[in-house]
Ligand binder design. Structure first.
Ligand code: URA
Length: 235
């Protein structure tokens, strides 16, 4: 076996081992992926850079909030097929300016690897772009002010699938008051102007860290498997 097929086989074998090690669950097929080094990606990155500058200049929430030291815009492949949306930066994210780099981020990284993906090929963002005081859950007023920038970010990236990590992300993306337990495990749609993007809500990694039971892990893994299946089907 040579070239791309050989690489895929090696990746598939590595993924099988990692998936078993990390989650104690079976193998899922590798999805086709968009590569970052395309003109589309470069164009999207420019739009994201402009949006970031505008957000930092004018976001009615982040320009008046006082508990953070810097905003955390989001990061990853601007042309990603898969975007994870979390809640808000925590202490480590506020310190580094990067999303999901604390304990919850370590678990998210494991989930990404178990899906046969690399962090660089997906995109990660949050509902709020600045750290709430005492890591409080974002209030509806805060979300109303800051999350429109997330909506613009998602319109630019236009991924095939979004995973909503936890209730604040699911509620904003799906425009619902329904709780995460009721929403997770089935497909929903996020409407962004002309775009309609499939959303799989699942438990937030921080929730999983607090409730590291086989049942909770199994539910998250089954949600992520549905995401992998959808990505493979639409590849
Ligand atoms: N939790 C989140 O929701 N987002 C982060 O970036 C980090 C932790």
């Amino acid at each position: 076996m040579t070239g791309e097929h050989g690489n895929q086989a090696v990746r598939a074998a590595r993924q099988m081992v990692r998936t078993d090690q990390l989650l104690g669950v079976g193998f899922v097929p590798l999805p086709a992926r968009r590569t970052a080094a395309t003109d589309a990606a470069a164009g999207k990155q420019r739009l994201l850079d402009d949006l970031r500058a505008r957000h930092d200049r004018e976001c009615p929430h982040c320009t008046t909030a006082t508990a953070h030291t810097q905003t955390v815009f989001g990061e990853g492949n601007p042309d990603a097929r898969l975007v994870f949306v979390g809640e808000a930066p925590g202490a480590e994210e506020d310190r580094t300016g990067r999303p999901f780099v604390g304990r919850a981020g370590e678990l998210l990284n494991k989930m990404i690897v178990a899906m046969g993906l690399e962090r660089e090929e997906i995109y990660i963002a949050n509902v709020l772009k600045s750290r709430p005081p005492n890591n409080a859950t974002p209030t509806p007023a805060e979300v109303m002010k800051c999350a429109p920038y997330l909506a613009e970010q998602l319109k630019i990236i236009a991924p095939d699938v979004i995973v909503a990590l936890g209730a604040p992300a699911a509620k904003f993306l799906l425009d619902t008051t329904e709780g995460i337990s009721a929403l997770r495990g089935s497909w929903h749609a996020c409407r962004l102007g002309e775009l309609e993007i499939p959303v799989m809500p699942t438990f937030h990694p921080a929730y999983l860290l607090r409730n590291y039971t086989p049942e909770a892990r199994g539910k998250v893994w089954s949600d992520l498997q549905a995401v992998m299946k959808r990505l493979n089907e639409s590849a």
